[in-house]
Design a binder for this molecule. Structure first.
Ligand SMILES: Cc1cc2nc3c(=O)[nH]c(=O)nc-3n(C[C@H](O)[C@H](O)[C@H](O)COP(=O)(O)OP(=O)(O)OC[C@H]3O[C@@H](n4cnc5c(N)ncnc54)[C@H](O)[C@@H]3O)c2cc1C
Length: 413
């Protein structure tokens, strides 16, 4: 199907099926059955097998007509793409539909107090007892865990194997006595993350994803989607102020789902405010400031072009290794830091003031304390540099002191 045919097919389908008077759940189920909820997924699993460009046509029509899309905010996308790639038919049947309809929210249970960058060093333990996995350990920095119904969990099932081989990947029910979620307060005042404690938490044998000992390979799928996400904007242009039951229900869903991400535009540096602020304050006529603004805007433009070029190569089926995820993520963090620097040059001491009386309602202050997060989330800058150096440039690998059985490796030393 070409893009015009997709648009025509979707518009005719919407004519027959869409109504703002439907309940959110009624509509989402119709959407899933019609294959338009996740058109880039295979036809056997709720999709239409579209490529990225074709799926974009669908998103554009939805936006133009203010059609409520499938639920996509938060770590549920990481869960669904990973389940789609590695799940059994039973797992896909159980979990994919309620993710798309929004019935189930998910969180990512990867990082631990002693293993963030060194994710393969996870020591949360899962043991098979009487046909069920019993999980004990602690995770940390888990975005949205306080809203989540399920978690994607990386845990160690064999302490005698080398660290990458003894891991397994589970789908865990968060609503059980063995799972305790404790919120963490950040320096920017928000509380998006949590600590998650698992004490004899139970996972059914059917909820091991990708087979025992394959956790590292399955986690690599999740991480690659996570890094690609840094190239996409999280803000969805949607006019929610519309008459109709569905918009009221969707607004409630968005309020909860978006809550952990309200500061994410600030963590990207708010480049969009720079020129207006520079004009407003008169800093635009300072040559040193102009130079830094030019540097920032050129980096942003180069980043956008590099991402477009990587996407074009991917589409053309080129075999060239383009680490678009790692480079894109690294670029996003360099741009955010430069933006924070320029905001400071423009606003001076005003940049430190928070609250409604401050310049731009405290947004600049929030930028300054939120930008560091982009260099950490989804793999730190140093880790992205290691990936690019070793896997793309073919440079020598880091010297390892962590081979051999995991139980013999020195940890948290
Ligand atoms: C906004 C945000 C959202 C997050 N959401 C989640 C989530 O939902 N689920 C989840 O599981 N986790 C989440 N995290 C956690 C995140 O994945 C970890 O913070 C990250 O992987 C870094 O791990 P760490 O904090 O343990 O730092 P460490 O790994 O302890 O790193 C400390 C410092 O050492 C450097 N370093 C470490 N190893 C190397 C190396 N080999 N070479 C060079 N330098 C190195 C790092 O770059 C860093 O500067 C989130 C973090 C943020 C900021």
């Amino acid at each position: 199907m070409n893009n015009d045919e997709i648009r025509a097919a979707l518009e005719s389908w919407l004519e027959d099926n869409w109504s703002p008077q439907l309940s959110l759940m009624e509509w989402r189920n119709i959407l899933v059955d019609g294959g338009w909820a996740a058109p880039h997924w295979p036809q056997a699993w709720f999709g239409k097998g579209f490529d990225a460009e074709q799926a974009q046509v669908v998103r554009t029509v939805f936006r133009e007509r203010n059609i409520v899309p499938a639920a996509s905010i938060g770590p549920r996308g990481l869960a669904s793409e990973t389940i789609l790639a590695h799940g059994t038919d039973g797992q896909k049947t159980r979990y994919l539909r309620p993710i798309l309809t929004g019935e189930h929210a998910w969180c990512q249970l990867f990082s631990e107090p002693g293993s963030g960058s060194d994710l393969a060093g996870a020591s949360t333990k899962a043991e098979l007892k009487d046909g069920r996995w019993i999980v004990n350990g602690q995770k940390v920095w888990n975005t949205s865990a306080h809203h989540a119904d399920f978690g994607i969990l990386l845990a160690r099932t064999d302490f005698d194997l080398p660290k990458h081989q003894g891991l397994s990947y589970f789908l865990i029910d968060m609503h059980q006595p063995g799972v305790e979620v404790r919120p963490l307060k950040q320096m920017n005042g928000h509380a998006s993350f949590n600590e998650v404690f698992m004490s004899d938490a139970v996972v059914s044998a059917d909820d091991l994803l990708g087979g025992e000992g394959n956790g590292w390979a399955v986690a690599a799928t999740t991480l690659s989607y996570e890094r690609q996400g840094f190239r996409r904007s999280r803000s969805v242009a949607f006019d929610i102020e519309q008459p109709g039951r569905i918009y009221q229900e969707y607004a409630k869903e968005l309020e909860i789902a978006n809550e952990p991400y309200t500061w994410y535009p600030q963590r990207e540096g708010r480049v969009d405010l720079i020129l207006a602020r520079a004009r407003e304050t008169g800093a635009i006529s300072d040559p040193a400031v102009r130079q830094e603004i030019a540097k920032l805007l050129s980096m942003q433009q180069a980043h956008a072009l590099a991402a477009a070029s990587a996407e074009a190569k991917r589409k053309s089926g080129s075999n060239e290794i383009v680490p678009a995820g790692s480079i894109g993520k690294l670029a996003a963090s360099v741009i955010a830091r430069q933006a924070a620097h320029v905001h400071t040059m423009i606003s001076g001491a005003d940049a430190m003031t928070a609250g409604p009386d401050s310049a731009t309602d405290g947004v600049i202050a929030e930028v300054l304390v939120s930008v560091p997060a982009i260099s950490i989330a989804g793999g730190t800058d140093e880790i992205q540099r290691n990936i690019i150096a070793e896997r793309v440039l073919g440079m020598p690998k880091e010297i390892r002191s962590d081979t051999g059985p995991f139980r013999d490796i020195k940890r948290n030393a």
